[in-house]
Design a protein around this ligand. Structure first.
Ligand SMILES: Cc1cc2nc3c(=O)[nH]c(=O)nc-3n(C[C@H](O)[C@H](O)[C@H](O)COP(=O)(O)OP(=O)(O)OC[C@H]3O[C@@H](n4cnc5c(N)ncnc54)[C@H](O)[C@@H]3O)c2cc1C
Length: 421
């Protein structure tokens, strides 16, 4: 039986561990935190996931919260200049609902599921030397690192050709709340995204947390802009202060959204907020370990895009499925570094590249993006196609991500040419 070591118990590590175990592969999973520590900790994400990624979880009976998590019917996007009402409204329904299950609930639950299903779980934080020792021990045929964007990522070399940024592109500030009123323009539960041109975006995301259904208010602020109110405190901010700042910014920059939806909002739990920023970075997927051997990276540790397009957890889920098939398909052949590099490169080519290019584009939208968004506001079919791109960003390559195909698409639309104010 093949023996796989996985370090890191997030979307990528846990999904890979549970699905490998279901395929009769011996898995050892190292988690820095216990289920209780995760469950009682600070939020980790806003984690909106779309049907193709949810289906990958369902295939291994990991969809434990599906019936309780509010369905996301689509995306309601608005665009406005600072101090002005929205001039663009896009209502983009999804073909199948997305869902956001608080990763504190989900990862704690999946860790317990690992124990119930017989995955070997060890609770400890490992460092590069521990990892090298474990990889050399002869106990494992393959070492996979799924440790997210933290210190461990440095083990993997930055890929400059695939990483255009050297600074964070957004300051991220999310808070879980109760009492958000439904969107009067679209009462079904959905993700709302309000762009204030040049300053950033507010996302409103229905979710399931430990206390039940809730919503997430998530500011994504251009660093140094007036929306960037989280720069001074690198540590954890008191959630009440965080919520007060969030609401004050909504009142100032999105007064209609504040009046319609936010007047009865309160914190969902005592540790309801997170804030931070990071440089979107693609890393080389295979790291040489001190003293010999190698580790294969998966998820954020090697592909950390900005959450602007809500793709990181979706991409981690797809990567886990891709690695699962590659590991199972390897049969009894050795897992060497060449195989590891090919496996990761195939994921980059088939999915990671499309997500990365689209996400980086949305951080600094070019004129063709403005035209496409106006087209989506004016044509329901374009809006549906845009929503489908959130579910599968590879479909955006043909018409959205680069100017040539975008202009071709715009020219093909029936009726009057798309107008931008
Ligand atoms: C504010 C914000 C909003 C987001 N919103 C969305 C969204 O709406 N949709 C979406 O798809 N994605 C979203 N993302 C991105 C998404 O959360 C991540 O891409 C995804 O969770 C990455 O999963 P992962 O398994 O690679 O890493 P992680 O989820 O970070 O998991 C890594 C795990 O490794 C563990 N670990 C770290 N170091 C060690 C160590 N030394 N030893 C042992 N264990 C260790 C950690 O404790 C953690 O459990 C968002 C991210 C942020 C920051």
């Amino acid at each position: 039986m093949r023996r796989i070591l996985i370090v890191g118990a997030g979307q990528a590590g846990l999904q890979l561990a549970l699905s490998l175990h279901a395929e009769d592969i011996n898995v050892t999973l190292i988690s820095a935190r216990t289920p209780d520590e995760i469950r009682n900790g600070w939020p980790l994400s806003t984690q909106a996931m779309f049907e193709p990624a949810l289906a990958l979880e369902r295939a291994y009976r990991l969809n434990l919260w599906e019936s309780q998590t509010p369905p996301l019917a689509g995306l309601h996007m608005t665009l406005r200049q600072p101090g002005e009402p929205a001039t663009v409204h896009i209502r983009a329904p999804l073909e199948s609902p997305g869902r956001s299950t608080d990763q504190r609930v989900k990862m704690a639950g999946w860790l317990q599921l690992c124990q119930e299903r017989g995955v070997n779980v060890r609770y400890r934080a490992v460092n590069a030397h521990d990892l090298a020792r474990l990889a050399r021990s002869g106990d494992y045929d393959l070492t996979v690192v799924a440790a997210g964007k933290g210190e461990f990522a440095r083990l993997f070399e930055r890929d400059p050709a695939r990483s255009p940024f050297t600074e964070p592109q957004r300051a991220l500030a999310a808070v879980y709340v109760h009492g958000l009123q439904p969107d009067p323009g679209w009462p079904d539960s959905h993700v709302a995204s309000h762009t204030v041109t040049g300053l950033g975006e507010l996302f409103l995301i229905p979710a399931l947390a430990a206390a039940g259904p809730c919503d997430i208010l998530f500011w994504s602020a251009v660093p140094g802009s007036p929306l960037d109110q989280w720069a001074a405190e690198p540590g954890q901010l008191d959630p009440s202060t965080h919520l007060a700042r969030t609401l004050a910014l909504i009142r100032t920059y999105l007064p209609d959204v504040y009046q319609q939806r936010c007047t009865t909002v309160e914190l969902a739990d005592a540790r309801a907020s997170l804030h931070g920023r990071y440089v979107p970075t693609v890393r080389r997927p295979v790291a040489a370990l001190p003293g010999g051997g190698f580790a294969l990276g998966i998820g954020d540790v090697i592909l950390a895009n900005d959450p602007a397009t809500g793709q990181g957890a979706n991409t981690a889920a797809r990567a886990a499925a891709h690695y699962l098939h590659a590991i199972v398909g390897r049969g009894e052949q050795p897992f060497d570094a060449a195989w590891a590099a090919e496996t990761a490169e195939a994921f980059w080519t088939s999915h990671g590249r499309s997500v990365t290019n689209w996400t980086n584009l949305m951080l600094r939208p070019t004129p063709h993006v403005q035209h496409l968004l106006h087209a989506a506001a004016q044509n329901p079919a374009t809006a549906r196609r845009l929503a489908a791109g959130f579910a599968d960003p590879v479909t955006l390559d043909d018409w959205f991500t680069t100017p040539g195909p975008a202009h071709h698409y715009l020219a093909s639309l029936p009726g009057r040419p798309v107008t931008c104010p």
